[in-house]
Design a protein around this ligand. Structure first.
Ligand code: IPE
Ligand code: IPE
Ligand code: MG
Length: 232
């Protein structure tokens, strides 16, 4: 008989979706073909997460450091992000999903900002599932943003709770599980504050190949972990 897993299904899973470029390179395709295939993996993963009983999915879609990429890749990525955002807004409205977008608004193009604003406000009352897109996101920037907000409030001394309450998504619990695909094992400026006690799962699969089976594998691995939080 198999042992009872140590942990329940995580409420909040965060994913560093990496490997689109390498997936395209393996096929001698332009990097954008990899990003397009990656968008399909987002769809599969969203379904898999809902099926598994996860309630919140945070996806790292574009980092504050990704501006260092060639202009044509950035243009293509933002076109894809806009399309994806519009499609998900419709789906989210239909299926009761709440959309959140985390990241710095500067220097996002106005057309993207409008779509974000609409996506977030039109789905704000939904509660069955939350999809949080980390877009132009940097964790150090997020912490600095929180501290600056606290300074503007006139705080002279701050607590950990103050910082937590001034992050981009103060209402979300910390992710119990952070997955990174493509075999890279680093955070790349993702959720530095929230990851204090997250479990990590590094999948060798390139993001465009990520599917329900691989998602389930990561959840199963998480469930066997012994989380100690500094205790015994
Ligand atoms: C992840 O895939 C997508 C983004 C960072 C936008 P990459 O584009 O980083 O793919 P690799 O790491 O070059 O394979
Ligand atoms: C992290 O991936 C950012 C996203 C997945 C959006 P990168 O591919 O940009 O990270 P590095 O440069 O390999 O650390
Ligand atoms: Mg990468």
């Amino acid at each position: 008989m198999s042992e009872t897993p140590a942990n329940p299904v995580p409420q909040h899973v965060a994913i560093i979706m990496d490997g689109n470029g390498r997936w395209a390179k393996e096929r001698r395709l332009p990097r954008l073909a990899g990003h397009n295939a990656g968008a399909k993996a987002v769809e599969r993963t969203l379904k898999a997460a809902q099926k598994a009983g996860v309630k919140i999915l945070t996806l790292y879609a574009f980092s504050t450091e990704n501006w260092a990429r060639p202009a044509d890749e950035i243009d293509g990525l933002f076109k894809l992000l806009e399309q994806t955002l519009s499609r998900y807004t419709k789906e989210a409205e239909k299926y009761g999903i709440r959309l959140l977008v985390s990241g710095a608004k500067e220097p996002l193009p106005p057309s993207v900002l409008e779509k974000i604003e609409y996506a977030v406000t039109s789905t704000a009352a939904h509660s069955s599932f939350t999809l949080n897109l980390a877009l132009n996101y940097g964790a150090r920037q997020e912490i600095v943003h929180a501290v600056n907000a606290l300074l503007r409030e006139g705080k002279k001394e701050i607590t950990m709770q103050d910082i937590s309450q001034h992050l981009y998504q103060p209402d979300l619990p910390d992710p119990e599980l952070i997955i990174r695909t493509s075999g890279e094992e680093r955070l790349s400026n993702f959720l530095l504050w929230q990851a204090a006690y997250s479990e990590f799962y590094f999948s060798p699969v390139l993001w465009p190949d990520f599917d329900e089976a691989e998602f389930e594998k990561s959840i199963a691995a998480y469930r066997t972990r012994k989380r100690r939080f500094g205790g015994v």
